[in-house]
Design a protein around this ligand. Structure first.
Ligand code: ADP
Ligand code: GN1
Ligand code: MG
Length: 375
């Protein structure tokens, strides 16, 4: 991650009391740059400062409008519910001295700041069924709290973000231009991806377009975008940049992609990739516990396709970026995106051959809900 030369000037733009000497890179996101800063003294809270990737989020003004709208809505829900603590359960942004929630510096970089939520944890790889269950509750509650917002109220910051047809077209275009001469080296991967391209069009079919409600969803429901408390209880859903219209199965599938895999997202040894079924069951149960009340039966029927689509689409996206010369995702070494694509495709194939088992668990957990026996 790049150093920040103008840290004092940036901090001066925010209504914060951050110690500029304490700045350090934080987190494992692939798009934005995140930095942690300590409060100037014990009385002041710590902060996270983020450089927004404006090649990905091209209209930062609209992005900020979306985020503020969603944060306000969630905070009001928590307050009206009477049980929670809106300060702990919803991210709070730090305003700039000009009363905005982002700042553009002299180099054209966009910055935003939020308060650091103390005593929280996020996991790149889930370890226990409790963590998975609590993560399911966090995203279920997130969907429930946003279920009364019209998807038209939110600006489409990345159009076609989860449109697999467009993602496949982007891959085909990367192969066509082949700017780095890498396409010839990944023919095997390209053939494997093509084999499932038709099957993956489920959410593009007229039947689904007519029967599935578009809702306001997270669209980047990786498990590390949930903060759990020190006791591993669900606390807060973070990383709200991509909150836009979508199908609940998208978030379900993306979360499962990052929970069910016994190995990290970019595992080099595909023999280490395996399905952790108890974690899948736990997340599903937690999710239904919070979202079951508003989900339609068509939505429940679509969840399995979300589980299959997300690792597949991620493989398509990583492979396209590899062929394009690693322009989109941050990488740590040459070939990193290819390694990620292979790992995600392998995960997809394992999910594909265990569809019945996964569906049975979804059916069982949604049945428990109807019988009122969920925790
Ligand atoms: P990215 O877009 O890079 O994924 P995130 O907003 O997800 O950025 O933040 C990166 C990491 O920082 C998260 O995975 C989480 O561990 C931590 N984090 C983010 N927001 C907060 C917060 N408000 N309080 C505490 N930790 C946070
Ligand atoms: C990116 O920023 P991060 O790491 O949370 C990407 C997601 C991918 C994910 C793969 C805006 O998310 O769509 O699923 O990497 N975000 C964007 O790990 O493209
Ligand atoms: Mg994140």
């Amino acid at each position: 991650m790049k150093n920040i030369e103008n840290i004092a000037a940036i901090l001066a733009q925010f209504k914060c009391k951050a110690d500029e000497r304490s700045v350090r890179a934080y987190g494992s996101g692939h798009i934005n740059d995140t930095y942690f800063l300590k409060g100037r003294d014990r009385a002041h809270t710590d902060y996270l400062l983020q450089r927004i990737n404006h090649n990905v989020f091209r209209d930062v003004e609209k992005l900020s409008e979306n985020t503020c709208f969603v944060i306000n809505h969630l905070k009001n829900k928590v307050k009206n519910n009477g049980k929670g603590d809106a300060e702990k359960e919803v991210v709070t942004l730090v305003p700039t001295t000009g009363g905005k929630y982002f700042f553009k510096d002299q180099y054209g970089n966009f910055w935003r700041m939020c308060y650091f939520l103390v005593n929280t944890k996020s996991y790149d790889v889930v370890q226990t069924a409790k963590q998975a269950y609590e993560g399911g509750k966090a995203f279920g509650r997130f969907h429930a709290m946003l279920s009364d917002v019209s998807p038209h109220a939110i600006y489409d910051v990345i159009p076609n973000f989860h449109n697999v047809q467009i993602r496949l077209e982007q891959l085909a275009s990367a192969v066509f231009f082949d700017n780095c001469g890498r396409a010839i080296l990944v023919e095997e991967e390209l053939i494997a991806i093509k084999k499932y391209a038709q099957f993956m069009q489920y959410f593009q079919q007229p039947k689904q377009l007519l029967s599935l409600p578009k809702r306001v969803i997270h669209n980047d429901a990786k498990f590390n975008n949930v903060l759990l408390s020190q006791n591993d209880e669900s606390q807060c859903v973070i990383d709200l940049d991509t909150v836009m219209a979508g199908y609940v199965a998208f978030d379900f599938g993306d979360a499962i992609r990052t929970i069910i895999n016994k190995a990290p997202e970019d595992e080099a040894d595909i023999n280490k990739i395996g399905l952790n079924i108890p974690l899948f069951a736990a997340y599903t149960e937690g999710y239904f516990h919070e979202a079951g009340a508003f989900l339609t039966s068509n939505e429940i029927d679509s969840l399995l396709m979300g589980v299959l689509l997300f690792p597949y689409m991620q493989a398509v996206r990583f492979l396209a970026d590899h062929i394009n010369g690693d322009k989109y995702y941050k990488t740590e070494f040459e070939g990193h995106n290819l390694q990620r694509a292979r790992a995600q495709f392998n995960l997809f194939e394992k999910l594909y051959s265990n569809q019945q088992l996964l569906q049975d668990i979804i059916t069982e957990k949604s049945g428990m809900l109807k019988l009122g026996v969920s925790n």
